[in-house]
Design a protein around this ligand. Structure first.
Ligand SMILES: *Cc1c(COP(=O)(O)O)cnc(C)c1O
Length: 360
């Protein structure tokens, strides 16, 4: 067996300890004589798995009691529709468009009401976060929406927008649990877990209770009503059981590592290794404004497409895989999520130095 350093943006690297534990429990989960994939979601064993997962997540993030934690399906993309369907009570919402995922969420919301694009960084290929200190927030906005870490472009809000009192909703798919978070600043935090937490197929939504409407338009599908899932403890229908089980293991792994403050310290250290090199390199350069750099997704280019392709190919041969940039941006992108060890980033930088010496 040989593991590579996997820089995929998602589905992405998971902690080896978690994978080993899951492998050991595959045939017989804690004396049940079956795997978690094979057990009823109404069983005692599974109820304990989902209860512990929620409790551990609450502890890690410091989630207050007046917030629901929901384990949902449909990817982050289904939330693009569920959010306006449930929260556009007055038919208006404001969107800050800082990348493709925010743009898709905005476009989806346009189907259900008046969605206003109140700021955007599309003019410079989403390479920065716009100034959000004095936005034209709509008086009747039901919420203000952001994508907090832009997976494709490699930018992150280092300061949340001033929403002028309107509820803030954030897609945190690619920065989930990468650093401590003040949950009370948000009305809703959500993300697909396949970037920084677990296997694709699970979405976690953390929603302040007073946001969840008692009633929504009767045309909203039952499965797309937050209240249905909240009232049923995420067990209205069969949830993605195995995915939730792995997420639960990752939460325990994060706790054992020292929690989110420690993850932040590690993530800053890892990102600095790569950014410091990019800032001094003669061949490679980062593509986003320094002040808005993401700790999780690091895009870079040589400025020559052929050389980029050569780099990706040779890196792959050296066991540094999935470094090709998103198809819409080109170049390279290294995603260095929680589970990417420091050694992986060091190996990448060592390889970049060698490649630079050979090709610059
Ligand atoms: C990957 C990603 C999505 C889309 O996730 P799906 O689960 O594939 O729908 C949405 N938002 C962000 C920030 C992402 O990184």
């Amino acid at each position: 067996m040989s593991r590579v350093y996997n820089f995929s943006a998602g589905p992405a690297v998971l902690p080896e300890e978690v994978l080993k534990e899951a492998a050991a429990e595959m045939l017989d989960y804690k004396g049940t004589g079956m795997s978690v994939m094979e057990m009823s979601h109404r069983s005692k064993a599974f109820q304990q798995i989902i209860d512990e997962a929620e409790a551990d997540l609450r502890e890690l993030m410091g989630i207050p009691d007046n917030y629901k934690v929901l384990f949902l399906q449909g990817g982050a993309s289904l939330q693009f529709a569920m959010i306006p369907m449930n929260f556009m009570k007055h038919g208006t919402a404001d969107y800050i468009v800082t990348g493709q995922w925010a743009k898709k969420a905005y476009q989806e919301a346009c189907k259900y009401g008046r969605a206003n694009k109140i700021a955007s960084s599309e003019d410079r290929t989403f390479s920065y976060i716009p100034d959000c200190s004095d936005l034209p927030v709509s008086d009747d906005a039901d919420y203000v929406y952001i994508c907090e870490n832009n997976t494709i472009y490699g930018t992150k809000y280092h300061k949340l927008p001033d929403t002028k009192g309107k509820p803030l909703i954030a897609d945190v798919s690619s920065c989930f649990l990468s650093e401590p978070v003040d949950v009370e600043k948000y009305a809703m935090i959500y993300g697909g877990v396949q970037k920084n937490i677990g296997p694709a197929g699970v979405v976690i939504a953390i929603i302040r209770e007073d946001m969840i409407p008692e009633e929504v338009d009767e045309t909203v599908p039952t499965m797309m009503q937050y209240k249905i899932h909240a009232d049923a403890g995420s067990l209205y229908n069969t949830p993605p059981c195995y995915g939730i089980y792995i997420c639960g293991k990752v939460f325990k792994w994060l706790k054992s590592m020292g929690g989110l403050a420690e993850m932040k310290r590690r993530n800053e250290e890892k990102a600095a290794i790569l950014y410091d090199f990019l800032d001094e390199s003669r061949l490679f350069k980062g593509t986003v404004e320094k002040k808005d750099r993401s700790l999780m997704n690091v895009p870079f280019v040589t400025g020559d497409e052929e050389l980029d392709a050569k780099f990706v190919k040779e890196a792959t041969a050296a066991g540094l895989v999935n470094l090709k940039g998103h198809r819409t941006v080109g170049g390279m992108r290294a995603s260095i999520y929680n589970a990417m060890p420091r050694e992986g980033v060091e190996a990448l930088v060592a390889f970049m130095k060698k490649f630079e010496a050979e090709n610059a």
